[in-house]
Design a binder for this molecule. Structure first.
Ligand SMILES: Nc1ncnc2c1ncn2[C@@H]1O[C@H](COP(=O)(O)OP(=O)(O)OP(=O)(O)O)[C@@H](O)[C@H]1O
Length: 239
């Protein structure tokens, strides 16, 4: 499988406090990768450093084996990698205008066509297309931020806790929607504490107190106690 995205030897922290140690992570084309870990394990810190929202202390990040210098200003990479963020939703704009902002298109027809595709996948926002994004419920806003991130036809979608604040039924719906996009070739990197996402993972990393405590398939994870240690046990790492 071709390598799409890779991070190696990542150390990250806030001020003088180190949060992530020697992270090795890889997403291949078409793969669904899950970073699983309890509260405070460092999932958000990891994703933010991967998408350039946080400075890394050490290590390197690659996209198609090219080192990423600055993902936020490199349009070629920005088009290929989308980070789902509710902060990216502009409350004072309509749902429709928010979606429009998510794409990079050469024609108006193309934008409208992609928007229709999004409405089909996310019916909850279709009925709100003319409403201001600020008037949406938490779940609807989550759907909008996901749809907006998908507008640019990314190769890799990076999501931080898609299940947070969602009712269990909506979590199932999000998982089904993501599975449909994966069938069209989209890769995912999802950070979650909800083990339900194991249902759609091809590869899992367990993040335990800033260290990758496990990497492998879901089947391999079942034979390993890394998840139990991360969620219920005392971490074996000294920090
Ligand atoms: N802005 C910040 N300044 C200092 N420390 C921070 C900051 N943000 C997070 N931390 C610390 O970094 C550690 C990892 O936090 P992070 O939010 O990355 O974990 P998480 O796995 O995403 O947790 P959760 O599932 O609760 O969102 C925590 O100890 C947290 O207190």
């Amino acid at each position: 499988m071709a390598k799409l995205f890779r991070a190696t030897q990542l150390d990250v922290g806030y001020g003088k406090m180190q949060i992530l140690w020697d992270i090795e992570l890889e997403v291949n084309q078409g793969e669904r990768v899950l970073v699983l870990g309890p509260n405070g394990a460092g999932k958000s810190t990891l994703l933010q450093s991967l998408v350039g929202l946080m400075q890394i202390w050490r290590g390197q990040i690659f996209y198609h084996e090219d080192p990423i210098q600055n993902l936020r200003i490199d349009h070629r990479i920005r088009k290929g990698i989308s980070f789902v963020s509710e902060l990216g939703v502009v409350p004072s704009l309509t749902v429709e205008d928010n979606l429009r902002l998510g794409g990079y298109y050469s024609s108006k027809r193309e934008v409208l066509q992609r928007m229709e595709e999004m409405y089909e996948e996310f019916p909850a926002i279709k009925e709100k297309r003319k409403a201001l994004a600020g008037s949406l419920s938490g779940g609807q806003r989550k759907m909008l931020s996901t749809a907006k991130a998908l507008m640019s036809h990314p190769q890799l979608l990076i999501m931080d806790e898609p299940s947070s604040g969602l009712a269990p039924l909506l979590v199932t719906e999000v998982i089904q929607i993501l599975s449909r996009f994966q069938k069209q070739g989209l890769s995912f990197l999802i950070a979650e504490q909800n083990v339900k996402f194991l249902d759609i993972a091809d590869k899992v990393y367990v993040l335990d107190a800033g260290h990758i405590a496990f990497s492998g398939t879901v089947e391999e994870l079942k034979m390993n106690d890394a998840l139990n240690r991360a969620y219920f046990g005392v971490s074996g790492h000294s920090s």
